[in-house]
Design a protein around this ligand. Structure first.
Ligand code: G6P
Length: 603
C-alpha cells in the first residue's frame, strides 16, 4: 500500500515531507523514511516503526534540503526493518526512489542485476527500481525512467531524484495513485490529497505512464515518447482543516461525529443540479437485466445493505460479490448488466480489477467513490461521489454512511424509473432518507450510554453480531468495525444461522450484539437472544424494535424509528461508537490498527 510524497521548492523539504507523511500514514505504518538533496549527495534517514521513530531520529540528526522524497511503508516484500524502508538508492548513490505498489517481476530483475555484480541492501521489490535505474543511467534521467518503467511488471507510483538534477523530482505511475500539487513556494507529488492540503488545493492527476517533472517553479508532463502533455489543473473543494483532528483524540471519533453533515451533504448532492443527480437521471436503468455490486471491506457491507434495498424497492435480483472473488470467477455479465463498484479510496486493487473485468465483458460500470480523481472514479463509465471529505482513520465510518445514502437514493430512483413505486411513494421514501442526519444527531447526543456500555465490554473473548435481513447486513459491518480496531474476535451471523454451528461457541464471557429494526422479525431475533442468554452469553440489542432489558443479561440501546430499509444508517452509528470505545478503553491505536492500511492497493 504505502504512501509517497515529494517536494521541490524554496522551503526546507523535511518538515513538509514529515507533515505530508503524517497524512499518509493511514496507507501503512511499518516504517518511514525520507531523502533530501544536499550539496551533491542525498541525505537519507529511515526507520522501522511509526513515523514518530523517524521524527525522533531527525531530531537527533537533523537534515535539510529544498528537494526531497518521503515514504511510509506497509510491508509486502521483506519484513519491516530499517534496511527495507524507503527511500532506496542505487549502488552508486546517484538515484533515490520511493515506491508505492508491487513489482511482480522483481525476482528476475534482481537476479539479472546481481549477476552483473550489483549488490542489494534490502529484501524489497522496490530496491530493484533504484538499482535498475542506476544500471541504465547514461546522463539522461528521463530516458532512464522510461527504460526502467518498460521493464517493470506490476504496479507503481514512483518518486525519483537524481544527483545530476538538483531541484528536480520525477514521478510516474501505473495502477497506483499519484497526484501532483502546485503552490507558489514549491510543487509536490503525493499518493493522496490530504498530504498536500495544508499547502495547496490545486492538483493535477497524472494518468498511467505519464511522467511528471517537478521543479520549484513549475511542473511539466510528458509521455513515454517524451512528447509534452497538456493537463488540466483541478481545484479540490476539501479544506485543510478537514484533514486535521480538530480537538478529537482520534480521527475515527471526529469522523463519526461528522456523519450528520456528511449524510446531509451527500443527500443534497443527489438532487437538484448537482453532477451526482444528473448521473442518476442519465442512467438508462430499464436497459439492464442484471445488477451486480462489487467492493471490499466495509464498502462490500454497504453493498449487502443495498441488495436488500434494491430487491425490496425495485423487485430486481441483485448479486453482491467481494471484488477479490468477482475478478477471478469469470462472472456471467454482459452489456445488459450494470456493475456498481463501491470504494472510499477509489484505489482498492481488487475493486479496480473487478471494474476492468466488468468493462472488458461489456458491462456498464457505475462507481460510488469518495476520493475525487481516483482510478475507479476516472475509469468507471459513471461516477457518483460521496461527499464525505477526506477520511483518515483506517476504519471507515463517515464514507460508509455516505455510501449508504447514495445507495438508498439510487434504490428509490431506480424503483421509480422502473415504475415499481409511484411519484408519491418516491417522495415518501426520499423524505424518510432526509431525516437520517437529524436521527444520527440524536444518537450522537446519547453517546454517554454507548460509551458506558462499551467500557464494560473490553474483557470479552468473543463478540458475535446477529441480525436478520437488512439487520444482518449491518451486523457484518458492526463485527468488522469491532475486530478491526479492538482486536477482539468477532463474527457476524444471520440470526437464523446461529443454530447451525455458531451456537456451539456461545458460553460465559461471550457477548451477542443483536440488531433489531425489522418489526416483523423482532420475535425471531428475541428468541435468538433468549437462546444465547440461556447458554451463558450476555446480549446487547441495538435497534428501534422494543425490548425489555433483563438485569445484567440484556441491555438495549434504542435508535430512532425509520423505515427498516434505512435503519442501517442509524444502527451503524451505535456500532461504530461501541467499537471505538471498546478500543479506546483498551488503549489501542485506533486510527492505525495493527497490520491494516486504509487503502489496499495490493492483492
Ligand atoms: C480497507 C479499509 C476498509 C475499507 C476497505 C475497502 O480494508 O480498512 O475500511 O472498507 O479497505 O476500501 P475502499 O477504499 O475500496 O472503500
Amino acid at each position: 500500500m504505502c504512501g509517497i510524497i515529494g517536494y521541490a521548492g524554496s522551503e526546507n523539504a523535511v518538515p513538509i515531507i514529515i507533515n505530508g507523511l503524517k497524512k499518509l500514514e493511514y496507507r501503512g505504518y511499518d516504517s518511514a523514511g525520507l531523502a533530501v538533496y544536499t550539496e551533491q549527495k542525498f541525505d537519507v534517514v529511515k526507520r522501522k516503526g511509526r513515523l514518530a521513530a523517524l521524527e525522533s531520529c531527525l531530531k537527533e540528526n537533523p537534515v535539510s534540503g529544498f528537494t526531497g522524497i518521503g515514504h511510509t511503508r506497509w510491508a509486502t516484500h521483506g519484513e519491516p526493518s530499517d534496511e527495507n524502508s524507503h527511500p532506496h538508492l542505487g549502488h552508486q548513490n546517484k538515484i533515490a526512489i520511493v515506491h508505492n505498489g508491487i513489482i511482480e517481476n522483481y525476482k528476475r530483475l534482481r537476479e539479472n542485476l546481481k549477476a552483473k555484480g550489483i549488490a542489494f541492501t534490502s529484501q524489497t521489490d522496490s530496491e530493484v527500481i533504484a538499482q535498475l535505474a542506476e544500471y541504465y543511467y547514461n546522463g539522461d534521467i528521463i530516458d532512464t525512467i522510461i527504460k526502467v518503467a518498460n521493464r517493470l511488471e506490476g504496479s507503481y507510483a514512483l518518486g525519483v531524484m537524481c544527483l545530476d538534477q538538483p531541484g528536480t523530482l520525477i514521478a510516474v505511475r501505473k495502477d497506483n495513485p499519484l497526484i501532483v500539487g502546485v503552490c507558489e513556494t514549491g510543487n509536490f507529488i503525493a499518493s493522496d490529497i490530504p498530504a498536500v492540503l495544508k499547502h495547496t488545493n490545486k492538483v493535477y492527476y497524472p494518468d498511467d505512464k505519464e511522467i511528471a517533472i517537478i521543479k520549484k517553479d513549475g511542473v511539466t508532463f510528458i509521455n513515454f515518447d517524451k512528447e509534452p502533455i497538456d493537463k488540466e489543473l483541478e481545484t479540490i473543494s476539501w479544506d485543510a482543516d478537514s484533514a486535521e483532528k480538530g480537538g478529537y483524540p482520534h480521527f475515527m471519533l471526529k469522523e463519526i461525529m461528522e456523519q450528520p453533515k456528511v449524510t446531509t451533504d451527500t443527500f443534497l448532492s443527489l438532487s437538484g443540479n448537482h453532477d451526482n443527480s444528473k448521473i442518476i437521471n442519465d442512467l438508462k436503468l430499464d436497459s439492464y437485466n442484471k445488477l451486480v455490486i462489487t467492493a471490499c471491506g466495509s464498502a462490500y457491507n454497504a453493498g449487502v445493505v443495498a441488495k436488500y434495498v434494491f430487491e425490496k424497492l425495485c423487485r430486481v435480483s441483485v448479486e453482491v460479490e467481494l471484488a477479490s472473488e468477482f475478478r477471478y470467477k469469470n462472472a456471467i455479465i454482459d452489456e445488459k448488466t450494470l456493475v456498481i463498484l463501491i470504494s472510499q479510496s477509489g484505489e482498492t486493487a481488487d475493486t479496480i480489477a473487478a471494474m476492468r473485468e466488468a468493462k472488458s465483458k461489456g458491462a456498464h460500470t457505475l462507481s460510488i467513490v469518495n476520493v475525487i480523481g481516483s482510478t475507479i472514479a476516472k475509469e468507471a463509465d459513471h461516477t457518483i461521489y460521496t461527499i464525505a471529505g477526506p477520511e483518515i482513520a483506517v476504519a471507515t465510518t463517515k464514507a460508509f454512511s455516505a455510501q449508504l445514502i447514495v445507495l438508498y437514493t439510487l434504490g428509490v430512483e431506480f424503483a421509480h424509473k422502473l415504475k415499481k413505486i409511484d411519484t408519491a411513494q418516491r417522495q415518501v421514501y426520499l423524505n424518510d432518507i432526509k431525516t437520517i442526519p437529524e436521527k444520527i444527531k440524536a444518537i450522537l447526543n446519547r453517546i454517554d450510554k454507548i460509551q458506558h456500555y462499551a467500557t464494560d465490554c473490553i474483557a470479552y473473548k468473543s463478540i458475535f453480531f446477529i441480525g436478520r435481513n437488512i439487520d444482518y447486513a449491518i451486523a457484518l459491518e458492526g463485527s468488522l468495525k469491532l475486530k478491526e480496531i479492538s482486536y477482539i474476535h468477532s463474527e457476524a451471523y444471520a440470526g437464523g444461522e446461529l443454530k447451525h454451528g455458531t451456537i456451539s461457541l456461545i458460553e460465559d464471557n461471550t457477548l451477542v450484539v443483536a440488531l433489531s429494526n425489522c418489526e416483523r422479525l423482532s420475535p425471531k431475533i428475541m428468541s435468538n437472544i433468549e437462546q444465547v442468554i440461556s447458554r451463558g452469553a450476555k446480549s446487547l440489542l441495538v435497534g428501534s424494535c422494543k425490548a425489555d432489558e433483563i438485569e445484567d443479561k440484556l441491555q438495549v440501546i434504542a435508535v430512532p424509528e425509520i423505515h427498516e430499509l434505512f435503519s442501517p444508517s442509524l444502527s451503524v452509528i451505535v456500532l461504530q461508537l461501541f467499537s471505538y470505545y471498546v478500543a479506546a478503553n483498551k488503549g489501542l491505536d485506533i486510527d492505525k490498527p495493527r497490520n491494516l492500511a486504509k487503502s489496499v492497493t495490493v492483492e
